[in-house]
Ligand binder design. Sequence first.
Ligand code: BGC
Length: 828
Amino acid sequence: MNHTLPDPTDPLDRTRFPLEEWRLLETDWDDADIGTTETLFAVGNGYIGMRGNPEEGRPAHTHGTYVNGFHETWPIRHAEDAHGFARIGQTIVNVPDAKVLKIYVDDEPFLLPMADLDAYERFLDFRQGVLRRKVIWRTSAGKRVQINTTRMVSFTHRHLAIMTIDITMLSGEAPIVISSQVVNRQDGRDDYSVMTKTAAGSSDPRKAESVDRRILEPQSQWCGDGRLLLTYRCADSKMTLAVGADHTMITENTYSEISSAEGDHAKHVYRINAEQGVPIHLEKLVAYHTSRGAPVRELADRCQRTLERAREVGVEAIHDDQITWLERFWEECDVELPEQPAIQQAVRWNLFQLAQAAARAEGQGIAAKGVTGSGYSGHYFWDTEIYVMPFLTYTMPQAARCALRFRYTMLDAARKRASEMAALGALFPWRTINGEEASAYYAAGTAQYHIDADVAYALMKYVRAADDQDFLHHEGADILVETARFWADLGFWRSNGGDEFHIHSVTGPDEYTTVVNDNLFTNIMARDNLATAARTVRELKETQPEVYARLQARLDLDCEEVDEWERCAEAMFIPYDERIGVHPQDMHFLERELWDLANTPASKRPLMLHYHPLVIYRFQVLKQADVVMALFLQGDDFTPEEKRANFEYYDPITTGDSTLSAVVQAIIAAEVGYYDLALRYFHSGLFVDLDDRHRNTSDGVHVASTGGVWSALVYGFGGLRDHNGQLAFNPRLPEPWPEMRFRLRLKDSRLRVRVTHDSARFELASGDEVTLTVADEEITVRPGEPVEVALPPRPADLGETAGGLALVGGHRKDGSIMTASVPRSRQG
Ligand code: BGC
């Protein structure tokens, strides 16, 4: 074994980040990777998010405080314009930073890079939901000062964040200044010229767009009685924001305080005569309120009310509420992996991120980076429906419902967009904050029409698991109908010896191949969307005539179009190549040359940062799972042999340049029998951020991957499949793991599942009986009657895939010979 290589199952430096199952603990501060650690130690509740910047405000890679959905708009200027191109750019705004608590002892500022530290630790506690930092600083005068801070964004009070600071002079006495600030860092430079890193001057499409002008226009400033209150309006989107901060000082030391508030900066400053051993305790309560329409005055009032209420309840009680909230969260959502402490810690960090991204998103979406960074400009993608929704559906159904209701609120904009695209029904935007398409590059954006089917898919999974007929009747059915209409209109009929329904000029999930005909993933998802919409409408007609009548009137629905959806679904063209025995990703995919990934130097990865899109498009090379994604989402449409053949073909030509890939490859690898490979893919997904595998964790958490980690555990190794709402388990626990335990919420039943290598045990923690199958045996789990099922032995591991590349030298259907190569530039 080569000891210089990090252990893939535990890549973290355990001296700096000791092994802890319930915390991410850092024992050494290092500014070499502050961008990454700012993301790893971010705190949020799905509405407010604060990056792990030090209280002192510097140093920083990216100062970041975000409020979900709070964005600026600008007109997108296309160098060459065309009808229907996205018009309104949208970018999440870095809202005024209330994290700042600067400390001076004997007039010397406390700054981590310079400080002589006797002790340092910082940790994010997954059970307390608090970020804590504890340091002992030896000042230049040789005085020892203990400084402990906490930062928390409340899960129970959506608009509230709390910071505390405890300072004690351990030796000597000194004048201490604490300057608590609220700073608008979005506009211009902050006091130390640390600019937020955006896409300016970068060709990395994953970074945020930069808007080169003032965004936050100050509206009002007020301070008094330890409270600071600033309000702003976005110059173009006209969204409004108020931020308020309240301070409470508890100390036996004598002190004075003074406040000031200007347009971009407010502060409350304490001057304390600190005596040795006499503690100083400061509480800073922060409230954010934002709106699309409400005047700033009203938002200022809301901030005042949030602060009053928090003051009444008290910091300690709100910290306790946070613990209680998280107790429940872990009770419902945890995945336990006994005897695997490193994996366990990483799993919990990932699950905790899902809570931080989604818990209180409520009327907003779940952005690709949650509320931890400005990557992808804070946009919402299919990431929510396909990667995050399974977790929410089975563990936090209320949050799942909110995410779907949020999509529903975008239905009108989606109708408008479909019409702009000369289609009937509704087309959801590929990326957006406010409901309008914000993807300036249509080939990898708007052309991903599959978003419509992804939304329909996620909504049906939720409706079936939660049995939420109310949502289906009032919102869900409308989405199903409008998306089905879209597909029926987008596709077209062609007779090739029989009637076939085709969909042309689309892009599937794999963004390394764009604007193609009959993308398998799109067609198979659209087929499901059409069939499900037809079935749902028919069922409503029969069983809920009133609901149906309202739906019919609301959407001007007629029976003939429902027949048409059924016909389209039945006749949907599904590309298959008999000769090679795989499903082509699209009609012409197999005609392309293969990209020789094995011989592509690491310096050329990810491909999208080193090759023009057209170079990539010429090849069979994937950014992320596409057919393999279809094998997972629509698994009952494929035979086991087809799954294996497809996986073997696509796996070696999948780069995994998107973090949305590894987790899906893990699930299918586990299903078809590449167990070791499945585990390796799982590790890649698990450590995407903790080990900064894609070198862009500094832009924010890869939220889709965190959801994918849950899916890889539950669907991949737990072997869950839930096609049409029927639960079936075929567990395939990785060899090194003795056991895995997870929980699922089904309607009102809470199911506990324990999987070992030779058995699966199901128990109800509450609720009514649940019927499911395990390794093809049907069982019913009743309250108080756990059921344990013996599992058949796992077939032998298939080893490594050679797949598509093994076909090099072989002949295609058209007789051409397959070759594989790496495109080269003169520089190599
Ligand atoms: C992926 C998309 C994804 C987006 C946001 C891209 O790199 O290709 O599938 O939706 O990132 O996470």
